[in-house]
Design a protein around this ligand. Structure first.
Ligand SMILES: [Zn+2]
Length: 150
């Protein structure tokens, strides 16, 4: 069994935009919104891996999908994986194993320019106590690579 690794472009995770088309005016249940969000991320993931499931001009079944999820994405991983399995039925990604790596939440102080890990969501520079922090890692979600079943 031979496997091929494909480098994939990154998918920036958008945590604020929500598509509420199809709803009449009024309240949308939060649970539904959250579920819809994970589902749309799963759909994006599926599109990306299916787009990359080819080698030598042929399409192959996908064996493994390695994704990186930042600690700060607030994504419900169980929901994401469930949605992915549902959406990928009868596609080349059906029954693929999904491995998730977590990237730590890191910030850079805009005052002293030092980089550090952010623990327990304390957004303060440990060197100069500034609150002027830019997040440099931990808010991303992307496909690292996939393994094809050849
Ligand atoms: Zn600082």
């Amino acid at each position: 069994m031979d496997t091929a690794k494909e480098s994939l472009r990154s998918l920036r995770h958008c945590s604020t935009r929500r598509d509420n088309k199809g709803f009449s005016r009024g309240r949308i249940p939060l649970e539904y919104l959250v579920e819809m969000h994970e589902r749309s991320v799963a759909k994006n993931l599926l599109d990306i891996v299916l787009h990359n499931a080819n080698k030598d001009g042929k399409k192959y079944k996908i064996k493994t999908i390695n994704i990186v999820i930042g600690q700060f994405t607030m994504i419900n991983e169980d929901l994401l994986v469930d949605s992915f399995y549902q959406l990928s039925q009868s596609t080349l990604a059906e029954n693929a194993t999904i491995n998730i790596t977590h990237s730590p939440l890191e910030g850079r102080c805009q005052d002293c320019q030092r980089k550090f890990k952010i623990d327990k969501n304390v957004f303060q520079c440990p060197f100069c106590n500034s609150h002027n922090i830019q997040i440099v890692s931990g808010d991303e979600l992307f496909v690292q690579d996939i393994e094809l079943l050849c």
